[in-house]
Write a protein that binds this ligand. Structure first.
Ligand SMILES: *[C@@H]1O[C@H](CO)[C@@H](O)[C@H](O)[C@H]1NC(C)=O
Ligand SMILES: *[C@@H]1O[C@H](CO)[C@@H](O)[C@H](O)[C@H]1NC(C)=O
Length: 321
């Protein structure tokens, strides 16, 4: 590369917030089996869609063609080891679990609080339940199955509660004691799950159709979202052919204008020089640990050239020398 070439990189324009969970979704209107859809998404985007919240569910609903009322594949597959997880998807450490001694004893896949400690219980039983929202914990004195309670909380508040530590468990107990309900089973946000995201994402938000749960048996090992049922998920055989939703890339594309100053003669539209500059940028991205999931290329103008002379008399003059 010409030693007199100075590349001014405005790298700040290349940044995106890697902790933001906003995933651009792409609806692919071609029916494929779940494994085929997974390969397709991994080749062209990042992966099949991962979903973390009701906001994501609503965004998914918006990308599916309005005319299509069937179900579409998302990136959720059964077969992960069974484990207790939280309804709002949070991944908290298990040593905070506050099961009563001898619990969970295997008599159900949902958790309720009872005299201040947790018990597993059959999810289809009707119990009072807690929700959390902006104003804290709410004890709902209406008996529902665990999944109906979850729907109710998501509709009216935020979700069933995640209990992070003993302080929060005590706050909840105080609320229960005030209402003299300690002797009742009261659902909290904990349930058993055996599903996992295609991209290995470890949050566990789920949005099953009424009556289905993470452990419903025999219906299939891949999850499809139904557009006609407010974006709720059902379990299907993975061989079925369905349209699907990928996430990734698209919206993350950033176009950065590069200003290059060169002293003396330099042929910026020379292909090997352009490749050399790209390599240099790539090297910089690698140092910033952004390289692994980024691809860079030149964007050509209407005339088919990458670089265009700035309207600057001095440069023009130099060029004529
Ligand atoms: C889902 O996976 C779990 C754990 O591997 C297994 O026990 C369960 O039977 C599977 N469910 C279905 C519907 O195959
Ligand atoms: C309990 O967890 C909540 C939520 O993560 C946190 O804000 C709070 O500080 C924790 N309290 C204690 C005593 O650890």
């Amino acid at each position: 590369m010409d030693g007199s070439l100075f590349v001014l990189l405005l790298l700040s324009g290349l940044f995106w917030n890697s902790s933001a969970l906003y995933r651009p979704y792409h609806y692919i209107n071609t029916a494929m089996s779940w494994p085929e859809a997974q390969s397709y998404c991994r080749e062209r985007f990042t992966d099949l869609a991962t979903v973390d919240s009701m906001d994501d569910v609503n965004r998914l609903l918006n990308v599916v063609d309005a005319g299509y009322s069937g179900s579409v594949w998302i990136g959720l597959k059964n077969g992960t080891q069974k484990r207790w997880v939280w309804s709002n998807g949070e991944n908290t450490i298990s040593q905070n679990y506050n099961f009563a001694s001898g619990q969970p004893n295997g008599d159900g896949d949902c958790a309720a609080i009872y005299y201040g400690v947790w018990h597993d219980a059959p999810c289809h039983l009707n119990h009072y339940f807690l929700c959390y929202g902006n104003s804290g914990y709410i004890l709902v004195q209406s008996r529902k199955t665990w999944s109906d309670a979850q729907s109710y909380c998501r509709q009216h508040y935020t979700d069933l509660p995640t209990i992070h530590n003993f302080t929060e468990n005590n706050q909840i107990n105080n609320k229960i004691n005030q209402l003299i309900l300690s002797g009742y089973y009261i659902w909290i946000g904990l349930f058993v799950d055996s599903w996992g995201w295609s991209d290995q994402w470890d949050l566990t938000f789920r949005h099953w159709v009424e009556g289905q749960s993470s452990l419903s048996s025999g219906t299939g090992n891949c999850a499809g979202m139904s557009r006609s049922n407010s974006g709720r998920w059902s379990q299907y055989s993975c061989n079925l052919q369905k349209p699907f939703i990928c996430y990734g890339d698209g919206m993350r594309k950033q176009i950065v204008r590069l200003k290059v100053t060169c002293k003396g003669k330099c042929a910026l539209n020379d292909h090997s020089l352009q490749t050399a500059i790209l390599n240099e940028i790539s090297e910089k991205l690698k140092n910033m640990r952004l390289e692994s999931d980024s691809k860079i290329s030149w964007r050509k103008g209407e005339d088919g050239e990458v670089f265009h002379q700035e309207n600057n008399h001095m440069l023009d003059a130099e060029r004529e020398l």
